[in-house]
Design a protein around this ligand. Sequence first.
Ligand code: ATP
Ligand code: MG
Ligand code: FE
Length: 347
Amino acid sequence: MRVLGLESSCDETGIALYDSEKGLLAHRVYSQIAVHAEYGGVVPELASRDHIRKSLPLIREVMAEAGLTLADLDGVAYTRGPGLVGALLVGACLGRSLAWALDVPAIGVHHMEGHLLAPMLEDNPPPFPFIALLVSGGHTQLVQVDGIGRYSLLGESLDDAAGEAFDKAAKMMNLPYPGGPQLSRLADSGDAGRFKFPRPMTDRPGLDFSFSGLKTFTRTTILDCAKDGVLAEQDKRDIAAGFQAAVVDTLAIKCKRAMEQSGIKRLIIAGGVGANKSLRAKLQHTAEKLGGAVYYPRPELCTDNGAMIAYAGTQRLLAGERAELAVSAVPRWPMTELAAVDYTARG
Ligand code: ATP
Ligand code: MG
Ligand code: FE
């Protein structure tokens, strides 16, 4: 079964073609970073308009790269939520109508299920059950995954998401938006031990997170170090390193706890912050010490992309799920509401 996947929940237009027998045939991501950079964050209306501009050209590129035409499609998957409603509606309208015009089934995919299943696109996919650490711009969650659609939320952030905290700390250091990856680059040449960042909520039981305190600690550290409002280059690096180590340690402590409590030794990392090298290395080490294993998608499939939507959509289409003809987008949508899918139903 060949399925076209459309991702448009935020500021990336992702288009991909997935074949249930051959795997990922082609994928393209267009990032709107340049559109939003001057505003320091995503402007929803500009995001919707840019998805409209970019979707069709990207679909043409993806089909051309795969050497196929739209007539070769067996289904269309699009992100139905959660996300920015206008941006979601662009993908949902396009995906639903394209499927209708081609007379193939359509499916509206949960964006976080897409992130969560992205490691399945790699050569050594994790068998169920596993623990998933979802770390993106809008979510920080620990989920027990017993199968597709069999998700139990073990813990989540009570305030900022990990990616959001990275971006906000970066903004305080005047790094351009979105600052997460740039802050991480600075951190690589900094001294993580110079400033004693806290490890929030690790000294009490439970699997929830809180990252807003790290933001405050970052702000006060910057104020202490800055001379005439300017931070020296080495101060920047040391603050970035201290901040990154605090986020990475906190995430690793909770992952370890989740693996011990559930008895499940397989851990997957997904979402944009999953591209962070320091986090990958730390979790690899944590899982190995417990006699377990860690799985993650290649960095370009950690951040938003169409491949994860095409993959998740294919699994649900194969199980017989269908979107109705009416177009719908769901800006807020708990992942635990999703229906379970019999994974062995794949064909
Ligand atoms: P959600 O999936 O929750 O709706 P989103 O789609 O905006 O949010 P993603 O695209 O999955 O989020 O990830 C983007 C986030 O990942 C940003 O906050 C970005 O700063 C962060 N990020 C990307 N690469 C890195 C990195 N190397 N280190 C730290 N953070 C990173
Ligand atoms: Mg994004
Ligand atoms: Fe995302």
